[in-house]
Design a protein around this ligand. Structure first.
Ligand code: NAD
Length: 499
């Protein structure tokens, strides 16, 4: 039995209790009768955290802003510390989020370490440009960190997404205030401790836990915050963009997705069946990148659906810390109810549930947020299930008869985050990849998302990109410096002005 964890704030290099004196209880997603954490309500501490980050930036604390080699060393060291502590971090992450321990251990935590390393290697390569102007003077384009960054993160990949947001910001020389989801705040404070141990000066990385509107809203309104990186729901993203415009902050938004996995009749169906299953149910289906819409050519539809259903029926639903679990409990009772409402909507729309569709309530399942992985067949594009992000283990199936129809269906939602294309005709696969409106397209694979792959959305899936060398630009201001090195005669224009 895990002890109840007290999750405090992290401000100016140390853990602090919230000024409100109150803590929000967090229950175990796998056993709602059990409290596993007490999360500090930091709604009165946002100002203090932003001030700490602001001071660290403005005073160049420990050389953070000017010394790119220091930043590289700190991030490399953080990657090493994450790897050394992998098992503990993985357990913590799974316990609070409901994702299976194997997911945290083999994917989330090691990938977070890779992200740290990637940006560590970039910290001393933020290069400007310069040239000797035709006048003989020097014109330089200098890149400087933008300042204080607010990182607001969701509950589905708490540690991984936080690292993805903050590693480039830190590499650029910014300072950070992180606001994790109150359901999964534990690993953010762990990251703060890791960065501190790795040598980040005080105030460089701060964490304020608590509610979305109270803590997140206060961060967005704070004039001392220069930029925001937000990952979460599209509706929250729109609200944030509107509020951030009042103080003209830079904003990166990574929002929802309703991603198609498009399978043509010439695809390797065995591989496709594996990836469609993985794409829909990995991370309990609680993923913006989930391949939640299977679009399949009518000629192979029956065969593929049979192969997928056979695989889904073998998935083991179980407690998140059990080694044998493939699908864990959903993150909260509210999330489970939301997903079950979609299953009910499928039934009231007269759709066919080809597999699953039920909450699991017997025996070990009785106290947790468990449901069967579910497949809904023959879902038309007008259906709510086709259009809306369900964010749970529910896959919809829709058939198409040619390439144009596949592309049309793929693009027929407000989202545009990711897509999969399956075909042995690589020319066709590339054509479709080009025509699909999505920030990331996988051909003959799904979900592979190394830090070298840009991540962000078209349409209402977001603005801007995380990952890759591109992400660091979001945290950099560009300054032009013109140096008159000649002390020669002033140009005629000035002579006229000066008389
Ligand atoms: P959410 O929008 O409810 O919350 C995300 C974060 O924002 C949390 O920390 C929350 O406390 C905070 N927040 C909520 N309201 C706020 C407000 N008014 N002002 C400031 N902050 C506020 O999202 P969630 O339920 O935690 O996560 C699920 C959503 O995240 C899904 O829609 C999913 O698609 C999306 N997501 C997107 C990506 C991506 O890479 N595009 C990745 C993961 C999750």
């Amino acid at each position: 039995m895990e002890p109840v964890l007290r999750i405090n704030l992290f401000i100016e290099g140390q853990e602090v209790e919230p000024s409100s004196g109150s803590y929000i209880p967090r229950t175990d997603p796998g056993d709602e009768s059990r409290t596993i954490g007490l999360v500090a309500d930091g709604s009165r501490d946002v100002g203090a955290a932003v001030d700490a980050a602001r001071r660290a930036f403005d005073n160049n604390a420990g050389g953070w802003v000017s010394d790119y080699r220091l930043r590289a060393r700190v991030l490399f060291k953080a990657a090493e510390l994450i790897r050394e502590d992998l098992e503990r971090l993985a357990r913590l992450e799974s316990l609070f989020s409901g994702k299976t321990i194997r997911t945290s251990r083999t994917s989330d935590i090691p990938r977070a370490a890779e992200i740290m390393e990637f940006y560590a290697g970039l910290a001393d390569k933020v290069l400007g440009t310069g040239q000797i102007h035709r006048t003989g003077d020097l014109v330089a384009v200098v890149k400087q960190p933008v300042g204080v960054v607010a990182a607001i993160t969701p509950w589905n990949f708490p540690f991984l997404i936080l690292c993805r947001q903050v590693a480039p910001a830190l590499a650029a020389g910014c300072t950070v205030v992180a606001k994790p989801s109150s359901l999964t705040s534990a690993s953010a404070v762990e990251l703060a401790k890791i960065l501190s141990m790795a040598g980040a000066p005080k105030g460089v990385f701060n964490v304020v836990t608590g509610g979305g509107e109270t803590v997140g809203g206060a961060l967005i309104a704070n004039e001392k915050v220069d930029a925001i990186n937000f990952t979460g729901e599209t509706t929250t993203g729109k609200w944030i963009l509107e509020r951030a415009s009042r103080t003209l902050k830079r904003v990166v938004l990574e929002l929802g997705g309703k991603n198609p996995n498009i399978v043509f009749d010439d695809a390797d169906l065995e591989r496709a069946a594996n990836a469609v299953t993985y794409g829909a149910y990995a991370n309990n289906g609680e993923s913006c990148a989930a391949g939640s819409r299977l679009l399949v050519h009518s000629r192979v539809k029956e065969k593929l659906v049979r192969a997928v259903v056979e695989r889904v029926s073998r998935l083991r639903v179980g407690y998140q810390l059990e080694e044998s679990s493939d699908v864990g409990p959903l993150v909260s009772r509210g999330q489970l109810e939301k997903v079950m409402e979609y299953v009910a909507a499928a039934e009231s729309e007269g759709l066919k549930v080809a597999y699953g569709g039920n909450r699991l309530t017997d025996g070990i399942y009785s106290r947790g947020n468990y449901m069967q992985p579910t497949v809904v067949d023959d879902v038309p594009p007008e259906s709510k299930l086709f259009q809306e992000e369900i964010f749970g283990p529910v896959l919809t199936v829709t058939e198409f008869s040619d390439e144009d129809e596949a592309v049309r269906l793929a693009n027929q939602t407000v989202y545009g985050l990711a897509a999969g294309v399956w075909s042995s005709d690589l020319g066709k696969a590339l054509r479709v990849a080009e025509r699909v409106k999505a920030g990331a397209v996988w051909i003959n694979t799904y979900y592979t998302l190394p830090v070298e792959m840009p991540w962000g959305g078209f349409k209402q899936s977001g603005i801007g990109r995380n990952n890759t060398v591109l992400a660091i630009e979001h945290y950099l201001e560009i300054k032009g410096i013109y140096l008159d090195s000649q002390h020669g005669p002033m140009r005629p224009y000035y002579r006229i002005v000066l008389g």
